[in-house]
Every structure is written in structure tokens, then in C-alpha cells.
Design a protein. Structure first.
Lengths: 86, 387
């Protein structure tokens, strides 16, 4: 019997699917802590986009660095000028 | 801070990766649970830090994402030890430094007295020194609780004392007893009389009957406040009179050079001693002389006085016969006048002072004429004849 690849993936709850389990804490414009992020979609010095399930969160600014990138949490540092969701 | 320290102990690698898909590289690291921190991306090249074991796993990920990796820096104790393992001298030096530091931290480097207002530091320190609490003493050998109890018995003016250890410093915290206010002893009846001549400026009667008017002149011994009180019914009572009577007084002081003899310095001997953590190492023999003085200077680091220093002992021997050094005698006269003015300010407010100098071929004298404002009240016991 052929193993279906869809079944081997982690089950995603409805709240996770629409990004409700995520949490964003911004300290000034220098640091942001993002919980519940799945993966990095785009990353360069001025733009950093994370996938949160069905929504993406995008940080724009200068000298953006990821201070810490754990299992479910990312600490973004740098000069954050804009945060947007798409 | 603790995490940084732990990372340094465990060791980590700072690396760069370029030429592929940086986002994919980071996401794969996350999937494989490889820790990454301080990730920077500048024009396609990422730099990041990871653990030593994590870096070994990164090779397969870099292949998948098409990145080429380079180690920028290896940080941590394990790398430092590996680099310096042949430098045995350094290891010996570090070990010796740590041992010396541990040994020296067991001794009292400095002793400080806090909380005293009336009792001098030196008096308290000398009593504690008698029980072994001194610079250079081994702190663990001191039974501070027992010593404090003994000191409290030795100095009755103290109400509370505690010796606190602050690293290698001992801080003696004390509280002095509050003085009991003096109560009038009516078994001894007194009058208040003038202690010297003057012009009365104010009179504050605390107890007794006022006998003078403000603005009147009084002579030494005149009655100012009477200790005999007459009641309305005509009866009389003696009590302990008291009060403050401020008056303008004149003070004359003169001195002649004939009063002083000057002896020339015949011999001067000195000896140095090294003070090191309570141990005194003499260099040379004890100096002899009529006047022996000691001067100690200690090493200082900021406000902290270190228990390392140099003690200088000097012995002075003077000529047996006085010399004819008139200039020096004149200077002493002037100095005595200045000293007298300074002493006057202890219990009087000096309004004005005039210094006069008389110099002739054979003599030199100088005088101070001062106008002062002071309390001239003096208690004098009333003696009552018993019939």
C-alpha cells in the first residue's frame, strides 16, 4: 500500500491554520518577538517575511537580523520601520 | 548573561554561507533542530552562529540548499584550551593567581567603623584589635558574635554593635547610647554668677529669679540669676538655678619671646617598616631620641585602603642648651597668638580681634585684644547655715 504524503504531515488545528495561535511582541522599533512562525519566506537586510500558516507577516527596515530562531519562535532585531500582514 | 556564559563554556562556531537559497537553509536548520542565532543576511551571504555539534550537521543542509559554508570564528573555552594547551606557564600563572586570590580573600584587608558620632574610630578599632579583629586577621578564625559581646561590655557608651563581612572588608556597625538628660538636683541649691566681666546682651532664665537687666555691666562673681525664689505667701525656697546669660566680654592675651626656649636639632634618625597584611617587617634598627614619632602610609585603590604600606619611625634628639634663635622665638610668639584666637572660638563668638606687636632690641612681644560674645553664666553653690 502506497503511503500518502499528506497523512504524514503534522496535523494543523483550525486556529493555527488562520494564524490565531501566533503572537507578536514589539519592543520599540528595535526588537520584535514572533511566536508561532512556521518558516522564513523571504530574507534580506531590509525585508524579512515569515509564514504563520495562512497569513504571512513581513518586517521591513534596515540591518534586520534574527537574533534567535528556535522551534516556534523568532527574535528579530534591527531598525524596524514597517510591519505588514498579507 | 548566563546564556552567553554557558555558550562560551560549551563553545560555538560563527560561520558564513553563500551562493544558494538562504531562506531554505535557515528553514531546514529549524526542521533539523539545529540551533542558529545572530543570523545576518547581506546580499545573499548569511552569517550565523551555531553549536559545535550543530555545525557538523550543517554540511548536508548546505548541500541541499546549495550554500557554501566557511568558518569565520571558533569561540569558547574548549577552543581556547585547545589553542593554549602547550602554554604550561600560562596555566601555572592562572592557577597561582587563583590560589593567591583565594588565600588573600580569607584575610581582612580593611576595617571600617560606621555609625559613631561621639566615640572616635581609633578607640573602637583599638578595642576590637585587642580581640584579634585587625587588618590581616583571618576572617574565618574570628568569632565575631562573641567578640562583639565583649566589646559592648568594654565600651559602655555603645548600645549595639555588629561586625559585617563584605568580601575581604570588615564593617563594624555601631550605635551609641543616647545620653540621659540631666535633671536638676535640688538637694544642691545654686546661684548663677558671672564667670567674667562683661556687658549683658541677653538673659534666658531656665530656673531661678533674674537679678540683672539686659544692657547692664557685670563684674566677675556678680549674681545673675538667684537660686532663692520667693513665693506669693512670702515663703522662700532655694533651688538649683540655671540659665544662659550672653555678654560682650574683652579678652586680652600677650606673650613675649622670653617665655620660649628654642633647642636646635642635634640628631635625626629614621627607620622604615614594611606593613603587609598585619605583619610588620622592620628595615634597620630602632631609632632613639627625645621625641619619637610614627608615620604610616598605605597603598590605596580608590577609597579603599589596602593592608600594604610603609611605616616610618623618626627619632629626634635636641641640643641640651637653648640656642639664641630670636627669629624662631618671634615666630613662636605669633603662632601662640593665632592659636589663642582659635581656642577662643571654642566657646565664644569672636566679634573682633586686634594683634599688636612690640619689638625692641632686646625683646619681642605680641598681644591679642579680642571682643567676644559668650555665655558667662557659672553655677555657684549656695551654702545655708543650719541653726
Amino acid at each position: 500500500m502506497k503511503n500518502n504524503s499528506k497523512h504524514s504531515k503534522k496535523k494543523i488545528t483550525p486556529t493555527e491554520n488562520i494564524g490565531f495561535s501566533s503572537q507578536l511582541t514589539v519592543t520599540g522599533n528595535r526588537e520584535a518577538v514572533l511566536e508561532g512562525c512556521r518558516e522564513i519566506k523571504e530574507y534580506d537586510e531590509t525585508k524579512l517575511k515569515f509564514s504563520m500558516g495562512n497569513i504571512n507577516i513581513c518586517f521591513c527596515g534596515n540591518n534586520l537580523t534574527i537574533k534567535n530562531y528556535g522551534e516556534d519562535c523568532a527574535v528579530i532585531c534591527g531598525e524596524i520601520s514597517d510591519i505588514s500582514f498579507d | 548573561m548566563i546564556i552567553k556564559f554557558l555558550k562560551y563554556i560549551i563553545g560555538f562556531v560563527r560561520f558564513s554561507a553563500s551562493g544558494g537559497f538562504s531562506e531554505m537553509f535557515i528553514n531546514l536548520c529549524k526542521t533539523e533542530n539545529i540551533p542558529l542565532w545572530n543570523i545576518k543576511n547581506s546580499s545573499g551571504e548569511i552569517t550565523a552562529s551555531t553549536s559545535v555539534s550543530g555545525y557538523k550537521q550543517l554540511r548536508s543542509i548546505s548541500k541541499k540548499s546549495g550554500m557554501k559554508m566557511h568558518i569565520l570564528k571558533k569561540c569558547g573555552l574548549r577552543f581556547w584550551l585547545a589553542k593554549n594547551k602547550v602554554r604550561s606557564g600560562l596555566a601555572v600563572g592562572v592557577t597561582a593567581f587563583v590560589l593567591i586570590l583565594i588565600t588573600l580573600s580569607q584575610f581582612a584587608w580593611r576595617i571600617e567603623v560606621v555609625g559613631n558620632t561621639e566615640i572616635e574610630d581609633t578607640e573602637i578599632l583599638s578595642v576590637f584589635e585587642g580581640y584579634g579583629v585587625k587588618t590581616g586577621a583571618k576572617i574565618s578564625d574570628l568569632d565575631l558574635k562573641n567578640i562583639t559581646e565583649k566589646v559592648l561590655k568594654d565600651i559602655p557608651e555603645l548600645s549595639w554593635a555588629k561586625v559585617n563581612k563584605k568580601g575581604s572588608m570588615l564593617c563594624i556597625e555601631i550605635r551609641e547610647k543616647r545620653k540621659i538628660p540631666e535633671f536638676y538636683d535640688d538637694s544642691v541649691s545654686t546661684n548663677v554668677v558671672a564667670s567674667e566681666d562683661g556687658l549683658v546682651l541677653s538673659c534666658d532664665v531656665l530656673r531661678g529669679t533674674e537679678e540683672i537687666k539686659v544692657g547692664s555691666a557685670v563684674r566677675k562673681g556678680d549674681l545673675l540669676i538667684s537660686g532663692i525664689v520667693t513665693h506669693r505667701d512670702g515663703s522662700e525656697e532655694t533651688l538649683h538655678a540655671d540659665g544662659i546669660v550672653r555678654a560682650e566680654t574683652k579678652d586680652n592675651f600677650s606673650v613675649s619671646r622670653q617665655n620660649f626656649n628654642v633647642y636646635t636639632l642635634k640628631d635625626y634618625k629614621k627607620r622604615y617598616e614594611i606593613f603587609f597584611f598585619g605583619f610588620v617587617i622592620p628595615i634597620g634598627i630602632n631609632p632613639t631620641g627625645e621625641i619619637i614619632s610614627e608615620n604610616a602610609s598605605y597603598l590605596q585603590s580608590g577609597d579603599a585602603v589596602l593592608p600594604v604600606g610603609l611605616i616610618k619611625t623618626t627619632g629626634l634628639t635636641f641640643s641640651e642648651n637653648p640656642s639664641e634663635d630670636n627669629e624662631m622665638q618671634n615666630l613662636i610668639c605669633l603662632f601662640k597668638c593665632a592659636e589663642h584666637i582659635y581656642e577662643l572660638t571654642d566657646n565664644a563668638e569672636v566679634k573682633s580681634s586686634k594683634i599688636t606687636v612690640n619689638q625692641s632690641e632686646t625683646d619681642f612681644s605680641c598681644g591679642v585684644y579680642s571682643t567676644c560674645e559668650k555665655n558667662i553664666a557659672e553655677l555657684k553653690e549656695i551654702y545655708i547655715e543650719k541653726n
